[in-house]
Design a protein around this ligand. Structure first.
Ligand SMILES: O=C(O)/C=C/C(=O)CC(=O)CC(=O)O
Length: 181
């Protein structure tokens, strides 16, 4: 079998979630870089070639076993089912639901509000809008802190790494990049 191929970019928090999951599950993979932010020209996610990979024009996408998977959480859920060895969801059903909920909060409630295209659309000059990004990340993190108070141990949910941690770490990096800290 050829190695899985991840369409990724160093600055993409969405792709980073999947990179963490692949590494935790010790799955060897190749990377095809999609530069999502370029000066003076559209990022590679807008190329005709990449639109065929993911019509949403977002990374990540993962080519694996002859299939192309999109959306970071769907990909992580696939990895969890296909490669159960190093679990990313707790055994307990309520802990599992918490891990999924925290992942959803980050992936649906925080990150999309500071996506590159959203930041650019929020300014008349079409440049990145760090003030906008910081505002929404800060709002989201305030709520997330309260959610984590109920679930956290060494990690987001209890004392085992879960998919919630795969989502949190890259989001903290996004916050740093938007000069929140
Ligand atoms: O906003 C865009 O044009 C593209 C976004 C993505 O490809 C998703 C992504 O990686 C967003 C991020 O984590 O920065």
């Amino acid at each position: 079998m050829s190695k899985p191929l991840l369409y990724s970019c160093w600055m993409s928090s969405c792709a980073w979630r999947v990179r963490i999951a692949l590494h935790l599950k010790q799955i060897d993979f190749n990377v095809k870089t999609i530069s999502i932010l370029k000066t003076g020209e559209p990022g590679d996610q807008y190329s005709e070639e990449f639109e065929k990979i993911n019509p949403m024009k977002y990374i990540p996408a993962l080519e694996i076993h002859g299939h192309t998977l999109i959306e970071s959480l769907s990909i992580i859920n696939y990895l969890e089912e296909a490669y159960p060895k190093r679990r990313l969801l707790p055994k307990d059903i309520f802990q599992r639901t918490k891990a999924r909920a925290i992942s959803d909060v980050i992936c649906s409630g925080i990150q999309p509000l500071q996506n590159l295209k959203v930041q650019k659309f929020s300014r008349p000059d079409g440049n990145l809008n760090f003030e906008w990004a910081s505002f929404w990340i800060s709002q989201g993190f305030s709520s997330l802190e309260n959610i984590l108070k109920e679930s956290t141990g060494d990690y987001c949910v209890g004392n085992e790494i879960t998919m919630a941690d795969c989502c949190l770490v890259p989001q903290v990096a996004n916050a740093r990049r938007s000069s929140m800290f």
